[in-house]
Write a protein that binds this ligand. Structure first.
Ligand code: PMP
Length: 357
């Protein structure tokens, strides 16, 4: 079904079997004679979808019972404000790890609600690495980090840090690898990479932590309201949740998060090996902090950059142009991208080397 090799950073490739089922449900959902787009979110059929999707999240990520699984709206960007709105007060401070563009956006919003303590930043090297040596101050309301830096192509692999409660933006690597939920007090992620289409935001949070939230919060921005209403305080993003359910069922069929992690490791290794071998390209992230989801690399000169973009496009490779702050290339290797697409990219890089030299 997919004619192009889609390396886009998000919204991104989803499995073609999921697209087909979603398309069918838009026409006639489960033989009901109704489209998924026109059923009530209060119908037992849709309530069942929400429940199943929550159970799939719990199963795939081994979420313990004392954590809630919530489906919100407003994207990860709303979480940048919602986190401090719930957990940071004037006169208190929250700790932030500055690892790139999205971490900066989270910091900007937090400053509206209280004091922000920057525990560490990798800005000195254009965010090419993840700072590891920092003090996680117990006195802070929480420590916020970004597990995968979608633009800069770096990823955190070790979350063991004792101190303040840990909050993590996992928008671009959730469901791509095994994580230990109990390392975190709250995780959030926009759905539009490995979970499903844009429109919903996943939150996984420790109940005890949610109970410490401030009291005076507008309902739509209060995690507890979503917890107490099965994520249906208002009309939820019905189609996004439905497609996420289909996508998580697909993930289960792939051997779950453990199974997909092995495939993701293989895909990333193949591409990084070619970047390191090919004299026309070089990686931007420090080797030990390279992301498996967003592979960022540069060309040795502008001519190679524009030439390769065109050469790749002619072979059906799309979405590899790097973000403007980093430049060059960014190949996103999300769960649904097959190894065969990475093979096509790697072989295009090798062919271009022959043509160019
Ligand atoms: N955080 C990260 C790590 C992201 O990759 C993105 C979007 N790509 C965002 C936050 C913002 O997400 P949204 O567009 O859903 O608000």
């Amino acid at each position: 079904m997919h004619k192009k090799h889609n390396f886009g950073a998000g919204p991104c490739i989803l499995p073609s079997s999921v697209m087909e089922q979603a398309a069918q449900a838009v026409i006639n959902w489960g033989g009901m004679g109704l489209s998924i787009l026109e059923v009530s979110h209060r119908s037992p059929e849709f309530e069942d979808v929400v429940l199943k999707t929550q159970l799939l999240v719990r199963e795939l990520l081994s979420v313990p019972d004392h954590y809630s699984v919530l489906f919100l709206q407003g994207g990860a960007s709303t979480q940048f404000a919602m986190v401090p709105m719930n957990f940071l007060s004037k006169g208190k401070k929250a700790a932030y790890l500055d690892t790139g563009y999205f971490a900066q956006k989270a910091i900007k919003e937090a400053k509206l609600f209280g004091e922000v303590a920057l525990v560490a930043s990798s800005k000195d090297k254009d965010y090419a690495y993840i700072p590891v040596d920092f003090n996680n101050d117990k006195q802070a309301a929480y420590l916020h980090c970004t597990s995968n830096n979608t633009i800069e192509g770096t990823e955190i692999f070790d979350f063991s840090t004792a101190g303040a409660p840990l909050i993590c933006d996992m928008s671009s690597d959730i469901f791509s690898r095994k994580i230990n939920i109990t390392d975190f007090d709250l995780i959030y992620a926009g759905a539009q990479k490995n979970m499903g289409p844009a429109g919903m935001t996943l939150v996984i949070a420790k109940n005890e932590f949610l109970d410490q939230a401030k009291k005076e919060i507008p309902s739509m921005l209060d995690y507890r309201v979503f917890r107490d209403n099965m994520s249906m305080y208002n009309t939820p993003p019905v189609f996004s949740i439905y497609v996420a359910m289909l996508n998580l069922l697909w993930l289960k069929d792939q051997g779950g998060v453990n199974g997909i992690e092995q495939k993701n490791i293989e895909k990333a290794k193949l591409l990084y090996t070619e970047i390191d071998r090919n004299p026309l390209f070089y990686g931007t992230a420090d080797v030990g902090h390279r992301s498996r989801m967003n592979v960022t690399f540069l060309a040795i000169n502008k001519e190679v950059e524009t030439g390769f973009l065109k050469f790749a496009a002619d072979q059906g490779i799309v979405g590899i142009k790097g973000y403007r702050t980093v430049g060059g290339f960014r190949a996103s290797l999300y769960n649904a991208l097959p190894l065969s697409s990475v093979e096509v990219l790697v072989s295009a890089m090798a062919s271009f080397e022959k043509i160019y030299s």
